[in-house]
Design a protein around this ligand. Structure first.
Ligand SMILES: *Cc1c(COP(=O)(O)O)cnc(C)c1O
Length: 420
C-alpha cells in the first residue's frame, strides 16, 4: 500500500519535515500539520470502503495519521447523530441534529477521538510514556488509553477542576499533577517539561497527529446524514482546534468525492467568561487577545487559544458566526437539552446549546436547513455546574398513604382501571 503520510508541513511558511514527534516550524515558529498524499488515498477510499471498516473512528483510518494497526481506540467514535425534534421545534428548526459525544467511549467526551490517534501514533514512534496539559476531559482520556496501552502516564491539570474529572483520572492510576494555576499556566509548564523529558505530550509534541482525530466528527456526521455535509454546524471552542478540524474533515471528504460540495457555515461557541476568539470575531480582528478565564465551562477555559487565528480564518471563509454565553445561559442550555432530548451534557454542551439558541433567534438559519450541534462531553462529570439549579426529590415514607399524602392524584381512578 502506498504511504498516505508525506510528512509534516508548516501551516504558515510551508516548510516540510519528516513525520516525527515535532510540532513547531524551525524557520517561522508556525504550527506543523500532517501532509497527506490525497492522490494515493483517493485511489482506495470510497463510501463502500469506509462502510466495510470497523464500527469505530478507525473506519476513517485512510485519513488519519497512523501507519500500522492502531494500538487503541477500537470502541471510540460512531456516536449517535440524533434528530432533535423537540429542541428543533422550540427553535424553529425542522432538521436540527445533535452529534452526541456525551456517550463516546471510553471516557465520555470527544477527546477519546484525538487521544486514540495521538497514542496510537506515539506507540509507533516508540514512546513508553504519554502526558498532556488538560482542561479536564483530555486528562481523563489520556489516563484511560495509557492504561489500555500499558504506557506510563503523567497528566497535568489546573487544581480547581470538577471532582468528577479529577476522579476520572485517578481511577486509572496515572500520575496526576494538579497545578496551582489556570490551563494556560499548565500548558506553559508542560511545554517546558516536554523539551526536557522523552514523553509524548499528546497536545504538545504530538499535537499535529492528535488534532487530526477531531476530523472524525465531520466524517461521521456526513456519513450519518446519508453522505452529505450539513448547512450549518455549531461547535464549542477552547483552543479552536476541534472547530477548524471539522471544517478540514468536510473539505477532505469533498475533495475526495465522498460528498458533494456544500458551503457549510461554521459557527463557533465560547463561554463569555473565556471568549477570546468570539471577542476577536466581534471586533473584526484576525488575531486573539489572550484573556484570564472565569467561567463554569472549565473544559473550554483556554485564555490563549493555540488555534484562535485559524478559527477566525475558518469563520471568515465559511460565513460563520461566533457567539458566547454567560454562566447562567450555560446552565439554561444544559437543562434545555436535557429536558427536550434526554441528553445530559457537560458545561461545554451548555455553551453550544446557548449559542445555537442565540443564532436561531437572530435569524442565522432557515427553518429547513440541516443544522448540527456538537455536544462534546458528559454532564455527569460537571455536576457542580447544575447541582443548585435542579429540583429536589420529593421525600415520602415507604407506604401508599405516604405517597398519597403528597400526591392527590385526580386521575387515580383512571390509572387503576388501565392497570386492571
Ligand atoms: C477540549 C474540549 C473542547 C474543544 O477543544 P478544542 O481545544 O477547541 O479543540 C470542546 N468540548 C469539550 C467537552 C472539550 O473537552
Amino acid at each position: 500500500m502506498t504511504a498516505k503520510i508525506k510528512g509534516l508541513k508548516c501551516r504558515e511558511c510551508g516548510s516540510e519535515y519528516k513525520a516525527e514527534a515535532f510540532h513547531v516550524c524551525e524557520f517561522c515558529f508556525g504550527p506543523l500539520e500532517v501532509d497527506y498524499d490525497y492522490e494515493a488515498i483517493g485511489t482506495r477510499l470510497s463510501r463502500e470502503s469506509i462502510q466495510a471498516g470497523p464500527f469505530s473512528l478507525w473506519r476513517y483510518v485512510d485519513l488519519l495519521p497512523v501507519e500500522g494497526i492502531p494500538t487503541v481506540g477500537n470502541s471510540v467514535g460512531m456516536t449517535p447523530l440524533v434528530h432533535a425534534k423537540n429542541l428543533g421545534r422550540k427553535l424553529g428548526l425542522n432538521h436540527l441534529y445533535i452529534k452526541n459525544d456525551t456517550v463516546n467511549h471510553p471516557t465520555l467526551s470527544f477527546k477519546d477521538r484525538v487521544v486514540s490517534v495521538a497514542i496510537s501514533r506515539a506507540v509507533e514512534f516508540g514512546f513508553k510514556t504519554v502526558a498532556c496539559a488538560s482542561t479536564g476531559n483530555l486528562a481523563n482520556s489520556v489516563s484511560a488509553h495509557a492504561a489500555e496501552a500499558g504506557l506510563g502516564c503523567y497528566v497535568f491539570i489546573p487544581s480547581d477542576l470538577e471532582a468528577g474529572k479529577i476522579l476520572g483520572n485517578l481511577i486509572y492510576n496515572p500520575t496526576v499533577l494538579a497545578v496551582n494555576g489556570n490551563y494556560d499556566d499548565v500548558n506553559r509548564l508542560c511545554s517546558e517539561i516536554a523539551s526536557e523529558y522523552p514523553w509524548a505530550f499528546v497536545n504538545i509534541n504530538v499535537r499535529p497527529y492528535y488534532a487530526e482525530g477531531s476530523k472524525t466528527l465531520a466524517y461521521e456526521t456526513a456519513e450519518q446524514l446519508g453522505w452529505q455535509a450539513p448547512d450549518h454546524v455549531v461547535v464549542p471552542m477552547a483552543s479552536g482546534s476541534l472547530y477548524t478540524k471539522i471544517k478540514k474533515g468536510l473539505n477532505e471528504f469533498t475533495k475526495l468525492g465522498i460528498i458533494d460540495a456544500k458551503p457549510t457555515r461554521m459557527h463557533g461557541a465560547q463561554a463569555t467568561g473565556c471568549s477570546p476568539i468570539a471577542a476577536a470575531f466581534a471586533e473584526g480582528r484576525d488575531f486573539v487577545h489572550p484573556v484570564k478565564p472565569d467561567t463554569i465551562a472549565k473544559s473550554l477555559a483556554i485564555g490563549n487559544p493555540a488555534d484562535g487565528y485559524y478559527a477566525l480564518k475558518t469563520a471568515a471563509e465559511s460565513d460563520g458566526r461566533m457567539g458566547h454565553v454567560s454562566d447562567p445561559e450555560i446552565v439554561e442550555g444544559i437543562k434545555l437539552l436535557a429536558e427536550c432530548e434526554g441528553i445530559f451534557a457537560e458545561t461545554a454542551g451548555g455553551v453550544t446549546i446557548g449559542t445555537l439558541k442565540k443564532l436561531a433567534a437572530t435569524g442565522t438559519f432557515h427553518k429547513d436547513d440541516v443544522v448540527v450541534a456538537y455536544i462534546t462531553g458528559n454532564g455527569l462529570k460537571t455536576q457542580e455546574a447544575v447541582r443548585d439549579h435542579v429540583g429536589a426529590p420529593v421525600q415520602i415514607s415507604a407506604s401508599l398513604s405516604g405517597f398519597e399524602e403528597k400526591f392527590k392524584l385526580e386521575d387515580k381512578g383512571k390509572r387503576l382501571s388501565i392497570q386492571a
